[in-house]
Design a protein around this ligand. Structure first.
Ligand SMILES: [Zn+2]
Length: 258
């Protein structure tokens, strides 16, 4: 039997047939890794903490700057003035929202040296990363360990997301066989970003995460593209590539054998 405060706190989502008391219990027992505490990571972390996910591990190496406040919802002007580490500022902010969950902020760079230890014990990893190389690494780690991960990216007016289930769906490297050349990559520092785009992507990531954690089968099977500025919304079918190294068990970004 759940206590009164828990019933009150989660009553609006627990009414949903897809969640219920059993789903809420599963969320409370879940442990999620969020890589990157930028716009995507801030919003997914906030959504999952509010939904009652029992444990969050947040990883980011950066510090809060004034230009982050346009879209990174866990930080304020004082954080930017002090140049606080994002993982620590996010942890502190999230604990104010829900004292019943465990939040662990880790200030580090996600790398092949710490990737396996960072996914230790988690049920799911969410992508709030800002570069391709880290996503290839996350993809390798996910396929090696069997941990699902949810891709998210946002730049300019366009956002992308996909849900990757190891050895069940195509993987990120099926979509991108190799690292794109550096001069072809657009990021927010060059192309800018409107805040609605990462928030839309993160909202989809959070919904996918909740469904995965409660065991709902209606997951996103494909690559979703959202562009609210130009009213373009697409669902792109993904296919497993027979020559994909990750799907064939070669984890070159993780073991450094590139
Ligand atoms: Zn693959």
């Amino acid at each position: 039997m759940q206590n009164w405060e828990l019933v009150q706190r989660y009553s609006r989502q627990q009414i949903l047939p897809g969640i219920g008391e059993e789903g809420q219990r599963k969320l409370g027992e879940s442990h999620v890794l969020i890589l990157g505490c930028g716009a995507l990571g801030c919003l997914t972390a906030s959504a999952l903490i509010r939904a009652g996910v029992g444990r969050l591990r947040l990883v980011d190496r950066g510090v809060v700057a004034l230009h982050n406040l346009q879209r990174q919802i866990l930080y304020d002007e004082a954080d930017a003035r002090m140049g606080l580490a994002k993982a620590i500022a996010a942890e502190s902010s999230l604990k104010e929202v829900n004292h019943q969950v465990r939040v662990e902020g880790i200030v580090t760079n996600f790398s092949s040296g710490n990737a396996l230890s960072l996914v230790e014990g988690v049920d799911l990893a969410l992508d709030g990363l800002d570069n391709y190389e880290s996503r290839f690494l996350l993809n390798d780690v996910a396929w090696k360990t069997g941990i699902p991960w949810i891709y998210g990216a946002a730049v300019g007016t366009v956002g992308l997301t996909a849900t990757f289930l190891p050895h069940q769906t195509p993987c990120f490297r099926c979509l991108h066989p190799e690292l794109p050349p550096p001069d072809t990559i657009l990021d927010c520092t060059v192309a800018g970003v409107i805040n609605a785009v990462p928030w839309m992507v993160a909202a989809i990531q959070a919904a996918e995460a909740v469904k995965l954690l409660v065991g709902d089968p209606s997951l996103n099977k494909g690559l979703l593209l959202v562009d609210p500025w130009n009213h373009n919304y697409e669902k792109i079918v993904l296919a497993t590539r027979a020559s994909c190294p990750t799907c064939r068990g070669h984890y070159s970004f993780l073991d450094g054998s590139l």
